[in-house]
Design a protein around this ligand. Structure first.
Ligand SMILES: C[S@@+](CC[C@H](N)C(=O)[O-])C[C@H]1O[C@@H](n2cnc3c(N)ncnc32)[C@H](O)[C@@H]1O
Length: 285
């Protein structure tokens, strides 16, 4: 496929900003974990990163844009034939609906489409076959995942990353490295997993805890749990009730969650009952 004007060819809908810089492509390869597990690449695009990946690993790539799928099938004829490269066309998020992205252990390596980057990382954190995540994302997103406690960027995403392993912001990438250039600075984020997220309610609990990041953590929790319950839990665990959400360590979130999670269920159930009752009323009318 000959593309006369790459900037015009790029689809905004699919978040296409092609990385056209060999230095950063090589830096991504160097940052990969040092083993021979398979690599899953999301959004291979024109295949610039893919070309480097297939030199060192077996790769399965997921691409939503049919034009690019056709291009990649021609471009990677040989590695496809040799069994080093497999292309799956379609929306990667739909693939995740039926379980793991691949049915064997893998590392995720990608220059992600920014409009669904956080969503993809969260799916990969839960995917038990995913061993690590090395992705180019908007710098702001990378900072949130990699922040340490007490930094103002420490967020629910940082707690989730620390729950499964270790997150590192590897390096920043300026907009000019891409065609077309995105409006924001990018960064490569590495999350090395030693376990997977297995409790979706913990994520829901963190949303409550960080709902108003500048308020006190105890205050945020009273949006769902009674004041007494929050007070007693903090006292039992010896936690300062004046802590702001970004000042509490990941382990503190797990301790509080373990104390309150049964009541979180109760709350969810009572909300559910309220919804069902109001639906029943509406049907009677
Ligand atoms: C930022 S571009 C990266 C392209 C290429 N890897 C590079 O580095 O130049 C994002 C890629 O993700 C693809 N993409 C967007 N949404 C997708 C989805 N839901 N499932 C699979 N691929 C998707 C786009 O078509 C595009 O190829």
């Amino acid at each position: 496929m000959i593309i006369e004007n790459l900037a015009e060819f790029a689809s905004k809908k699919f978040g296409q900003n092609f990385l056209k810089n060999d230095i950063y492509l090589h830096k991504i390869i160097q940052a990969m974990p040092n083993d021979d597990l398979k690599v899953a690449e999301i959004g291979p695009g024109l295949g610039d990163l893919t070309k480097e990946l297939v030199k060192v690993r077996n790769v399965t790539a997921f691409e939503v844009d049919k034009r690019l799928c056709e291009h990649l099938t021609t471009e990677f004829k040989e590695p496809i034939h040799k069994g080093h490269f497999e292309l799956r066309c379609g929306d990667v998020l739909e693939r995740w609906e039926s379980g793991s992205l691949l049915d064997e252990p893998y590392h995720l390596v990608a220059n992600l489409p920014y409009y669904i980057a956080t969503n993809i990382i969260l799916k990969a954190l839960k995917d038990e076959h995913c061993r690590s995540i090395l992705v180019m994302v908007q710098k702001e997103v990378a900072v949130k995942f990699a922040a340490s406690v007490t930094q103002k960027e420490f967020s629910a995403l940082s707690v989730l990353a620390q729950t499964v392993g270790k997150a590192t912001l590897c390096f920043e990438v300026e907009p000019e490295a891409f065609v077309p250039p995105p409006k924001v600075t990018s960064a490569v984020l590495l999350i090395e997993k030693n376990r997977s997220l297995d409790d979706e309610r913990f994520e829901a609990f963190l949303k409550i805890a960080f709902a108003q990041p500048r308020k006190k953590l105890s205050k945020n929790l009273t949006a769902v749990f009674s004041k007494d319950m929050v007070h007693q839990t903090f006292e039992k665990l010896g936690i300062d009730p004046n802590l702001r959400p970004h000042e509490a360590e990941t382990s503190i979130y797990h301790h509080i969650y373990n104390e309150l999670k049964d009541n979180l269920d109760g709350k969810q159930q009572s909300e559910q009952r309220k919804i069902s009752k109001s639906r029943a009323k509406n049907t009677q009318r």
